[in-house]
Design a protein around this ligand. Structure first.
Ligand code: MD3
Ligand code: FE
Length: 200
């Protein structure tokens, strides 16, 4: 584990990508990746869906956590136990003892897709960290600061890397640069990112 800046902990090659890729393949048959829209009506270029007791959702009515998937009208699939265990153990190593995620958002990036700078602030308790796992091709993740602009701190995230954001880093602006075309033995040209949260 490496502490990149206060509250940001990087675990290189911490997870087995194949296990997680298999989980994603199983889930996406039932719960497809979808492009949501912002409250202002803009299409979000990163497609996604959730696992857990609640899932992050966005449409004309706003950003929120939903217990029922508005697309299927069914609960989200549950978070597999092995993922709750891995993320809880990593969080404990970073000093977050009782992290128990109730939500995981799965992002899918195709070549050319980027995630614009934002803050994650739809969760109830900002003393809870966010744990992220990357699968597939690599991307450049950017941390800005308390404001959107300015010089970014850049980190290349590879498949298998786990990253924790907590404490003073929890509400920093961050984003992902446009995905470059690359090839990965499991995912082809795709990058997946899973963000585990205690949202409610
Ligand atoms: C920093 N996802 O889903 S993961 C997101 O690679 C998101 O898909 C990116 O930002 C991705 O909201 C980055 C790392 C991450 C996750 C949550 C954070 C960084 C964070 C919350 C606060 C600060
Ligand atoms: Fe985010």
């Amino acid at each position: 584990m490496e502490e990149l800046m206060p509250g940001v902990f990087l675990f290189r090659g911490y997870v087995n990508e194949e296990d997680i890729f298999n989980t994603i393949v199983e889930l996406k048959a039932e719960t497809p990746f979808r492009h949501m829209v912002t409250p202002g009506g803009k299409k979000i270029n990163v497609a996604g869906f959730s696992m857990g007791q609640c899932g992050w959702y966005s449409d004309r009515r706003g950003y929120r956590y939903e217990k029922i998937d508005p697309l299927s009208n069914k609960p989200w699939p549950s978070i597999p136990d092995y993922l709750t265990e891995i993320t809880g153990q990593a969080a404990a190593k970073a000093g977050f003892e009782d992290f128990a995620p109730d939500s995981c958002f799965i992002n899918m990036y195709k070549p050319g897709v980027r995630l614009t700078a934002h803050i994650d602030q739809d969760e109830q308790d900002f003393s809870q960290p966010i744990v992220s796992i990357s699968v597939g091709v690599s991307a450049i993740f950017q941390i800005f600061g308390e404001k959107r602009g300015g010089k970014a701190f850049n980190i290349r995230l590879n498949g298998g890397d786990l990253l924790i954001f907590g404490g003073p880093a929890r509400r920093l602006y961050h984003g992902v640069k446009k995905l470059e075309p690359q090839s990965h033995p499991l995912t082809g040209d795709i990058r997946y990112n899973l963000t585990f949260r205690k949202a409610l």
